[in-house]
Design a protein around this ligand. Structure first.
Ligand code: SF4
Ligand SMILES: [Zn+2]
Length: 332
C-alpha cells in the first residue's frame, strides 16, 4: 500500500485547499501539502490523510509490566507495536527518534497484526512506543477487529485527544496507561507543547469504562515540588484511589540535559503518593518496594515483582491476610 492512502477521520474542509483536523485539541488548520503539529496528518489537495497508517517502526512481544500495566493480566506477554509522529514535543522524550523523526518502517495490515497475535497465542495487542492517538485510523481498525477475535487492546498514551474520537475508540480498549505528566499547564505548555485539561478529561472519561493506570515522570526542578505532586495525587485519589500510579524517574534525553531525578526525590514522592493512593509504583529505578503490590488494608505484600515478572500471593484475587479484594485478572 502506498503512503498517504488512508483518509483521516475527524476533519472538516474549510475551503478548497484548507482543512481542519479535529482529532486532538490542537485542532490544526492545515493548508495544502502541509501537515499538522503531529507531522503525520497531511493535507493533499483538500483531503486529510493519515500518513502513518499501517507503518510500523517497532514491534515485539513485551511483558505487560513494561507498558507499564501492573494490574492487568500480570506477567502476560502482549504484541506491542508503534509507528512515528506525536502531537507533543516533550523536551525529555525517550522515544524522540520515532516521535520527532521519521524512522524506517514496514507496512502491515490490521489483519496481519491480528494473525500474528493469534499465532503467538497471546492475549492481545498494545499500541505503544509512539503516540497511538495520532495513529488513530489504524489503531481503531485493528482494535475493532482484534475484539472480534477475542483479543485485548491496550493503549499507552499521552491522553491528548478530543472527546468524540476518544469515545469512539474506548469501546474497543481494555486497558490503558495514560501519562499525567504534571498538574500544571505551564509544564505541558513549555516542555511538551500541549495542555493539561484535555488529558484530565481523557482520564475522567476512561476511568470506569476501561482499566486505567497512570504514569507521572518526575523531572528534576520541573514537577518535583511536594505541593504540586500532592495536588496531583489528591486529584487522582478523588477520582479513584485504586487507580495504580507509576512514578517514573527522569533521565536526560532528547533536548533536556538536567541531571537524573535524585533517588531520594523518587522515594519521597512514593511515600507521599501512598498517603493518597492504594497502589503506587516506581519505574526507571531499582526499588523493590516500588515494584511490589501491598494490600491497602493491612500492608501485606500481595504481589512480588522482579524483572517484569510478577509472583502472586493472592488467594482468589484477595489478600491472604485480611481478604481485601486486590485484582482478579491474575493469570487468566
Ligand atoms: S492529530 Fe495532528 S493534525 Fe490533528 S489536530 Fe492533532 S496535531 Fe493537529
Ligand atoms: Zn490485607
Amino acid at each position: 500500500m502506498k503512503k498517504n492512502k488512508k483518509e483521516a477521520m475527524f476533519y472538516e474542509k474549510k475551503d478548497k485547499d484548507t482543512v481542519q483536523c479535529h482529532l486532538c485539541p490542537h485542532n490544526c488548520v492545515i493548508k495544502k501539502n502541509k501537515s499538522g503539529v503531529c507531522r503525520v496528518r497531511i493535507n493533499k489537495d483538500g483531503i486529510l490523510y493519515s500518513e502513518n497508517y499501517g507503518e510500523i517502526s517497532s514491534m515485539g512481544v513485551d511483558p505487560i509490566e513494561k507498558k507499564p500495566l501492573y494490574h492487568f493480566y500480570p506477567s502476560q506477554g502482549i504484541l506491542s507495536l508503534g509507528t512515528f509522529g506525536c502531537n507533543f514535543m516533550c523536551k525529555f522524550c525517550q522515544n524522540f527518534r520515532i516521535s520527532q523523526q521519521t524512522p524506517k518502517t514496514t507496512f502491515q495490515t490490521p489483519d496481519e497484526i491480528i494473525e500474528q497475535a493469534k499465532k503467538r497465542n497471546i492475549m492481545g495487542v498494545a499500541y505503544t512506543y509512539s503516540e497511538p492517538m495520532v495513529w488513530y485510523e489504524y489503531v481503531y481498525e485493528t482494535a475493532k477487529k482484534a475484539h472480534k477475535e477475542g483479543l485485548k487492546n491496550v493503549l499507552v498514551t499521552n491522553g491528548f485527544i478530543n472527546q468524540k474520537p476518544l469515545q469512539q475508540l474506548v469501546k474497543y480498549i481494555d486497558a490503558a496507561n495514560i501519562d499525567l505528566k504534571s498538574f500544571h499547564n505551564e509544564f505541558y505548555k513549555n516542555l511538551c507543547g500541549g495542555s493539561v485539561e484535555p488529558v484530565l478529561e481523557t482520564i475522567k472519561y476512561m476511568e470506569g469504562k476501561t482499566h486505567i493506570e497512570l504514569t507521572t515522570l518526575i523531572v528534576t526542578d520541573h514537577n518535583d515540588k511536594k505541593e504540586e505532586l500532592e495536588e496531583l495525587f489528591e486529584w487522582i485519589s478523588n477520582l479513584d484511589p485504586d487507580i495504580p500510579l507509576h512514578l517514573s524517574r527522569y533521565f536526560p534525553n532528547y533536548e533536556m540535559e538536567e541531571p537524573p531525578t535524585p533517588e531520594k526525590t523518587m522515594d519521597e514522592a512514593y511515600n507521599l503518593a501512598k498517603k493518597y493512593l492504594n497502589y503506587v509504583y516506581i519505574g526507571n529505578m531499582r526499588s523493590q518496594a516500588g515494584q511490589n503490590t501491598y494490600c491497602p488494608n493491612c500492608q501485606t505484600e500481595v504481589i512480588t515483582r522482579q524483572y517484569f515478572k510478577a509472583k502472586s500471593h493472592l488467594k482468589n484475587g484477595k489478600c491472604p491476610e485480611c481478604g481485601e479484594k486486590i485484582l482478579d485478572n491474575f493469570f487468566k
